[in-house]
Design a protein around this ligand. Structure first.
Ligand code: HEM
Length: 405
């Protein structure tokens, strides 16, 4: 077995192209202690899935130290029965027919964002003008916030996101933004309590499970969670799907003609370039895994990005191949099973904390890209982008300039 230096997980080569590093870890050190970050990193598909689904051993309470510190106690950091109780209250709100009721609104917001992006007829940076704007505008619209406040909402969003991953000063500003957001939402919550509408705040206020409701503090934290969990991630799924299609014109041509192919391209993007490549857990007891002891209380990093490229689950894992026969396509499933030779990607996690916004993310991302392909048209396009890079726990294309001709 070869040695592996932890520094290789923290250099520019890793950020630009993590695949070789992940492959080496999968093959030789499937559980690797990264002494720089002080976490045990898990890289194989079957192992990452196992850690996601064994919440009694691998707890998500580590979120207390990141998102929880910015916007207060929230769903992601809860465990066990308490988590199930809180999740059951909110889980149906953005699913199935309840989500379908919002489709027209989402279509309208997406069309507006695209109109703005293409307004001057010049080249368009898809990341800055579409991907970065759309998810926040969608959440703001679903919550029923007045249009003139969307700009302010975006400012809070950016401050909260920086607060989660940057330094103490950013965290302080992020907390302030979360407090301002909660104070802004509070009178709306009261108004919707008395007179509910069709918006998501009304649904949250009146959502109930066995007589239990969210208290006002929780409701504010939940809105902040929706904004941050759904904002930055969907931003990156729009960027990554756009980039993959625009750099694979034959796939783009098929996706333009056939919405089912666009759907497959979305699933394949979630596999090959998931927006979140790393998520954290804490070991609740000593675990010996692949001959490595993970002591109780230590951090574990689940490398989704690596799991989704594991050749034990997918053939030619580095190929963007929407027709691939070994990926579970269509709507994701919470247990992330491998059935009929098709393994689920792990971009939305698995098990008890499985993403609550996966249907919304899928709908919104496909809508944005469908409109984008329509605007660009079938003719030749010039695409300028440095390609995807890892930044903290995320991976995405940071700039994607397209011009016709
Ligand atoms: C492509 C876009 C998205 C990706 C890749 C994504 C990814 C994830 C992942 C990996 C988790 C699990 C984290 C863990 O177990 O540590 C998660 C949880 C969650 N996501 Fe998403 N997400 C996306 C979009 C959204 C959207 C649009 C919303 C809502 C507006 C949302 C709301 C949530 C919530 C509330 C949770 C916590 C669930 C719980 O703790 O029970 N996500 N997401």
């Amino acid at each position: 077995m070869t040695g592996f230096a932890a520094t290789r997980l923290h250099d520019t080569a890793h950020d630009q192209n993590p695949e070789p590093v992940w492959q080496e870890l999968r093959d030789n050190h499937p559980v690797f202690y990264d002494e720089i970050a002080n976490v045990y990193m898990v890289t194989r598909h079957a192992d990452v899935r196992r850690a996601f689904t064994e919440a009694e051993t691998f707890s998500s309470r580590v979120y207390r130290k990141t998102m929880g510190r910015v916007f207060g106690p929230m769903l992601l950091q809860l465990d066990g029965k308490e988590h199930v109780r809180r999740r059951t209250i909110v889980s149906p709100l953005l699913m199935g027919v309840r989500l379908e009721a919002y489709h027209d609104l989402i279509d309208e917001v997406a069309a507006e964002v695209l109109d703005d992006a293409f307004a001057d007829g010049g080249p368009v940076d898809v990341v800055a003008t579409i991907a970065h704007r759309l998810p926040v505008s969608v959440i703001a619209s679903l919550l029923g916030l007045p249009r003139e406040d969307h700009g302010q909402f975006f400012v809070w969003y950016e401050a909260m996101m920086a607060g989660v991953w940057v330094d103490d000063e950013a965290r302080r500003r992020g907390r302030e933004a979360a407090d301002e957001l909660k104070a802004y939402i509070a009178p709306m919550v009261e108004a919707r309590r008395i007179k509910p509408g069709d918006d998501l705040i009304s649904r949250l206020v009146h959502a109930e499970e066995e007589g239990e409701r969210l208290d006002p503090g929780e409701l504010g934290a939940y809105v902040a969670l929706l904004l941050t969990a759904g904002g930055e991630t969907t931003d990156k799924s729009i960027s990554n799907l756009s980039w993959l299609l625009l750099t694979h014109p034959e796939e783009a041509a098929r996706a333009r003609e056939d919405s089912e192919h666009l759907d497959k391209a979305f699933s394949e993007t979630m596999r090959i370039l998931p927006p979140l490549v790393y998520v954290g857990r804490e070991a609740l007891s000593d675990v010996t895994w692949h001959n490595v002891l993970i002591p109780e209380g230590r951090g574990v990093r689940l490398a989704i990005g690596s799991a989704n490229r594991d050749e034990r689950a997918y053939s030619e894992p580095d190929r963007f191949w929407p027709d691939r026969p070994d990926l579970h396509q269509g709507l994701e499933r919470r247990p992330a099973p491998t059935t009929n030779g098709r393994a689920s990607h792990l971009a939305f996690g698995a098990g008890s904390h499985f993403c609550l916004g996966y249907q919304l993310a899928r709908y919104e991302t496909k809508k944005a890209v469908e409109l984008l392909l329509g605007r660009i048209g079938p003719g030749p396009v010039t695409v300028d982008s440095p390609g995807p890079a890892v930044d903290g726990p995320t991976r995405s294309v940071r700039e994607l300039v397209v011009a016709r001709g």
